[in-house]
Design a protein around this ligand. Structure first.
Ligand code: ATP
Ligand code: MG
Length: 215
């Protein structure tokens, strides 16, 4: 049988409620195998984002277990997390510094070559090179469009080459031209990875497994 350390996501008998709230999960099970593309589908408030937070170790289950490659998420040291999973959130979250810092998050172990490869894979490298100081340009929200910032988010998540990607509904507010660019970048980023996404049309269309949560 499959070794636990080879299973990207294994959730067993998960129960969880926010303080003073109704249970969001009760005895929930989900196993995602290597190379799978799984889409979480559920209405507003069903617990999709909460499940991501449990997978990232931001919250602890009240009962049951959440394992990433056999490990409790909160037990993975901060500096190792990005090598295990990449999280692409709905909105790009800037950090202080220059454009390179947006990708590396100031991790000195990430090389210039890694940064350029990740940017090239998402198709955003030419636009960054056109900036006045290229990667050294100080961050400014006016430098790129919303869709281009989403491409930066994907480069940030893939620069450490993690085997697992978590995508939280990232094309929700994009125009159709930018959406196509973002979908192409996601398709490339997903090729050799296990992906868990929240109601994302790419993976629905690609025939990945759909998991419905809530009622
Ligand atoms: P959406 O599609 O709107 O993003 P979702 O499926 O991501 O919804 P969650 O955000 O996970 O749903 O919320 C699940 C439930 O938990 C909802 O009832 C919500 O009100 C509640 N909830 C979410 N975050 C918190 C919090 N920080 N504190 C208390 N309750 C919360
Ligand atoms: Mg949500």
């Amino acid at each position: 049988s499959e070794k636990e350390e080879n299973i990207p996501i294994s959730i067993r008998h998960l129960s969880f409620a926010y303080e003073d709230g109704e249970p969001v999960f009760h005895n929930f099970d989900l196993t995602i195998h290597e190379g799978e593309n799984v889409t979480l589908i559920g209405r507003t408030g069903s617990g999709k984002s909460t499940l991501f937070k449990l997978i990232c170790g931001l919250y602890q289950p009240s009962e049951g277990t959440v394992r990433i490659f056999g490990r409790a998420p909160e037990s993975i040291p901060e500096e190792e997390r990005r090598k295990v999973f990449g999280l692409v959130e709905q909105q790009f979250k800037p950090v202080s510094g220059n454009m390179r810092d947006q990708i590396t998050l100031s991790d000195p172990s990430i090389s210039e070559e890694d940064v350029r490869r990740a940017l090239a894979e998402t198709g955003i490298l030419p636009a960054i090179e056109d900036l006045p100081e290229g990667l050294d340009t100080p961050y400014d929200p006016g430098l790129l469009s919303q869709g281009q910032f989403q491409l930066l988010s994907i480069a940030r998540a893939t620069v450490t080459n993690p085997p697992l990607l978590l995508l939280d509904e990232i094309t929700a507010n994009l125009d159709s031209v930018t959406e196509k660019q973002v979908l192409d970048a996601l398709r490339a980023a997903s090729e050799k990875r296990t992906v868990l996404s929240i109601s994302h049309r790419l993976f629905e269309a690609a025939g990945g497994r759909q998991v419905r949560i809530g009622h």
